[in-house]
Design a protein around this ligand. Structure first.
Ligand code: ZN
Length: 619
């Protein structure tokens, strides 16, 4: 094992990496004022963004849950990698060669990094095999579904040979151990050793949101294959099927731009959609669409998901209906409008593209109906609406769906829709919906109501002080803004001015704790100094420091921000001078004018006036 990474390299990689790029790969970020970006926090569940990123400071902070740190702590918290792995990953990204304390330059062969490497090597191997003669059956399979060599290459589709150890030997010769291949889910353990998990199958590499291969989906091709039609990578440390969406790496940019995502059922459906121009299509991998998928998608779509839409394509068969109902239960967590699109004659996007071309796939998405309507129709479809009993039964089955609508404005509308579908009186339907709403015994929040922010774990909520908890006095406001200015633009401010302005104590203990930490910073030109400074804020006030580093410092440009931070510091200096002057004027009343002390006070008063003039001139 190589030793520690040299600190200079750690700093250099951090300085050369834009934290907004790294976070932006996982969370949709929007510009929020000068030097600041905002998105939905990936560390807690929220519907309006309180997750701030400041690229210049290399810092992020969530005003909701209090998570904060630099790009390394983000990767550690988000991707569960070690510190060393986080540095190695970012170094690899910018092509920077790291040096280790023991002199070695070999990257540390730690668990997760090796799993990514093994998956990437396997993807490469499978892709190469697709041109072999044995893979003829795979090429025909793809061709029959309308995918030529170019399409296969775009999605990295490959072929896993029938032999029991083709991939195994190829990756062994590249230096991967059986243990690594087994942890990556690429081989299975048999009585006589390990063997390839995927054999005689068409293989789709499954990538995470950043484009790294984390696993595979493999379809059976041979009749004598006893296995299931689709076989996936088992759960590994990097492959969690509940969170994986096939195609997300290709779709994420357009999902976040168009605020739309199309959820289809299989790998070939994702391919068909993308080739037909629906570049926002993704699919779950060997599992139903669930709440973890929603969390992943919400992060990519950003907070504007009220304007966004999620279109599910389901087979109108029984399994598809069940999937829709399940998705409906979960989709209530979306702010987005959810829709269901079903193809003509129940054709899925892949078959539809084959039968009727790209235009038909694009049209499919436009035939969407609101998911509520789709679910209502499912609920009432089993009843004979010609009979009174049938209508009453259908009403009982459908009313809870309307009662549970998150958006209270939609409820009266769907009461009318349901009444029309059932041919019943609107008032009767309304009463049943109200009854269903109460019957659940669940207290419903008002539409759009947010749960309050959760306090950071381990912090007594009574103790936690954030910007919002500070007193709303001009005095505290000045101190707060000046500290924010130094934390965010300190590298461009005059150190002597900072020292002078932050010398006198602040009255509020939280602001004073931040003042002490900011004043104690050795070198404010060094990148990352502010993060270290807030780390040294004494508890329980560290959160306040983090909020001040992340918060919006109102200004139209960097230069304007620097200028106004300077003004704030001068006002602090002026305030201290004024206070001392007031004290002196009080004191001079109490001492004889011709005494030693009186003379001293008068000299000091003249000095104070001179200093006030200098400060005023600087402004
Ligand atoms: Zn948070």
């Amino acid at each position: 094992m190589a030793g520690r990474i040299r600190q200079a390299d750690v700093d250099e990689v951090k300085a050369r990496t834009n934290i907004a790029d790294i976070i932006g790969e996982r969370v949709a970020l929007k510009s929020a004022g000068v030097g600041s970006m905002k998105g939905l926090c990936p560390f807690h569940d929220e519907r309006s963004p309180s997750f701030n990123v400041r690229p210049q400071a290399g810092f992020y902070h969530c005003f909701g849950c209090g998570e904060s740190g630099d790009v390394y702590s983000f990767l550690r918290a988000m991707d569960h990698v070690s510190f060393t792995e986080a540095v190695e990953r970012l170094a690899a990204r910018i092509g920077y060669t790291l040096h280790y304390e023991d002199g070695g330059a070999a990257p540390e062969h730690s668990g997760r990094a090796r799993l990514y490497a093994a998956n990437a090597a396997a993807a490469e191997f499978f892709r190469g095999q697709l041109t072999s003669s044995e893979a003829d059956i795979a090429r025909r399979f793809l061709g029959q579904r309308g995918f030529d060599a170019g399409a296969a290459a775009h999605f990295g589709v490959g072929y896993a040979p029938k032999g029991w150890s083709s991939m195994h030997s190829a990756l062994r010769s590249q230096g991967f151990s059986d243990e690594e291949l087994s942890s990556a889910g690429l081989v299975s353990q048999g009585q006589r050793g390990v063997y390839d998990r995927f054999r005689g199958r068409a293989v789709w590499p499954i990538r995470d949101v950043t484009g790294q291969v984390i696993g595979f989906g493999a379809r059976k091709l041979f009749d004598d294959d006893q296995g299931p039609k689709y076989l996936n990578t088992p759960e590994t440390t990097i492959y969690k099927k509940a969170q994986v969406l096939y195609g997300l790496d290709l779709a994420k940019r357009d999902i976040s731009r168009e605020h739309r995502v199309v959820v289809v059922e299989g790998y070939t459906d994702v391919m068909a959609c993308h080739l037909a121009g629906i570049t926002t299509a993704v699919a779950t991998c060997g599992t139903a669409f669930g709440s973890d998928h929603i969390t992943v998608l919400r992060r990519v779509m950003g907070d504007d998901s009220t304007a966004g839409e999620v279109v599910f394509t389901f087979d109108p068969d029984a399994a598809g209906q069940k999937a829709a109902l399940r998705a409906f239960a979960d989709a209530k967590r979306f702010n987005a409008q959810t829709y269901v699109a079903t193809g003509p004659e129940g054709l899925d996007p892949c078959d539809l593209r084959l039968a009727r071309g790209d235009g038909a796939v694009r049209a499919l998405v436009e035939t969407k109906v609101p998911m509520v309507e789709f679910v209502l129709d499912q609920r009432i479809s089993g009843f004979d609406l010609a009979s009174v009993e049938g209508r009453v039964g259908a009403l009982r089955a459908a009313a809870p769906v309307v009662a549970e609508l998150r958006d209270r404005l939609l409820q009266p509308e769907y009461v009318r829709v349901l009444a029309r579908r059932l041919g019943m009186d609107t008032e009767d339907v309304r009463r049943e919906v109200d009854r269903a709403g109460r019957g659940g015994g669940v207290t419903r929040r008002e539409a759009g109501a947010e749960p309050g922010p959760k306090p950071a774990p381990g912090v007594d909520p009574g103790m936690r002080v954030g910007i919002a908890e500070l007193p709303r006095t001009p005095e505290a406001g000045l101190e707060r803004d000046a500290l924010m200015g130094v934390l965010q633009f300190g590298h461009r401010l005059d150190p002597a001015l900072i020292e002078r302005a932050l010398e006198p104590p602040f009255r509020h203990p939280a602001l004073d704790a931040v003042r002490i930490a900011v004043r104690g910073a050795a070198d404010r030109k060094r990148p990352g100094w502010a993060i270290d400074a807030i780390d040294s804020v004494r508890e329980p006030y560290r959160t306040l420091g983090a909020e001040m580093l992340a918060g919006d410092f109102p200004a139209l440009s960097d230069d304007a921000a620097v200028a106004s931070a300077g003004d704030l510091l001068r006002r602090l200096v002026m305030r201290a001078l004024d206070r001392e002057k007031a004290e002196m004027l009080g004191a001079i009343q109490r001492v004889p004018a011709d005494s030693e002390e009186g003379r001293g006070i008068r000299i000091r008063l003249r000095e104070l006036d001179a200093q006030r003039r200098t400060i005023a001139d600087e402004a």
